[in-house]
Design a protein around this ligand. Structure first.
Ligand code: MG
Length: 253
């Protein structure tokens, strides 16, 4: 079942998505060599609860924390812990919020201190791929148009897109239909219509697209151990084109 949302519902999703964006901004300010991922998790949980909302990841299928920090070869679903971030690392920060029964979900990958040129290009290309995918989130297009735009951009830079994990609809649940793959042919898949809200989230690897899950049961890593980046926005398909909901209310990232 693919849901379309009323204007009122989209405004509720926006409240949650804005808080996700504000949390990511706080995390971006706190990311530095020497900080642990557990400290970042506490910061995010406190910030979200102080805004009268609930960290949506906490307790989701038993996940123990409020953010998913994914370092270097970790793709997504990393678990906060005693790990200290080091100069030159990259760290994906994935945050979900539920407020008043509606969900927002977004992610940014940050460079810790001085990242390598390869890492910086990876972050830039992944962010650009997200924006190219979002540009296709318009009424009348199909999900495959988003997928194709992302894959095309990523592969034109010699990187690969993860196949095993995909974006998703979002609203009353964190994960709803339709699935939004980051690969595949244009012109296929469910038709996009105004009121559809999607979490679009390219996961991009420097090496091969293959991934595996660590023995903790959560952390997804690249099979070849090469770097991976992840950017995500919650986006409403509007009558006049896409509207990114996961930006801070003042518009500054
Ligand atoms: Mg997501």
């Amino acid at each position: 079942m693919v849901y379309t949302r009323s204007r009122e519902e989209i405004e509720k999703i926006r409240v949650s998505a804005q808080l996700v964006a504000m949390t990511l901004r706080e995390l971006g300010r706190a990311v530095r060599p020497g900080v642990t991922t557990a400290e970042l998790d506490r910061l995010a949980e406190t910030f979200i609860r102080d805004h009268g909302a609930r960290p949506a990841f906490k307790g989701y299928r038993g996940f123990p924390a409020s953010i998913c920090p994914s370092v270097n070869e970790e793709v997504v679903h990393g678990m906060p812990g005693p790990r200290t971030l080091c100069d030159g690392d990259i760290v994906g920060m994935d945050v979900g919020v539920e407020k008043d029964g509606y969900y927002g979900d977004a992610a940014i990958t940050f460079a810790v201190g001085n990242a390598s040129d390869e890492a910086r290009v990876l972050l830039e290309v992944t962010r650009e791929a997200l924006m190219q995918g979002i540009a296709q989130a318009r009424s009348g297009n199909r999900v495959g148009d988003i997928s194709d735009a992302i894959q095309r951009h990523v592969e034109s830079h010699g990187f690969s897109v993860v196949r095993a994990l995909v974006g998703h609809g979002i609203g009353r649940e964190m994960h709803e239909e339709p699935a939004v793959p980051n690969f595949g042919p244009p012109g296929r898949g469910p038709r996009l219509m105004a009121g559809l809200v999607l979490a679009i989230e390219p996961m991009v690897n420097v090496g091969g697209f293959e991934v595996e899950t660590r023995s903790d049961g959560w952390t997804v890593v690249t099979k070849d151990g090469a770097l991976s980046a992840h950017f995500e926005h919650t986006v409403a398909v509007g009558p006049d084109g896409p509207e990114i909901l996961s930006v801070p209310p003042d518009g500054e990232n």
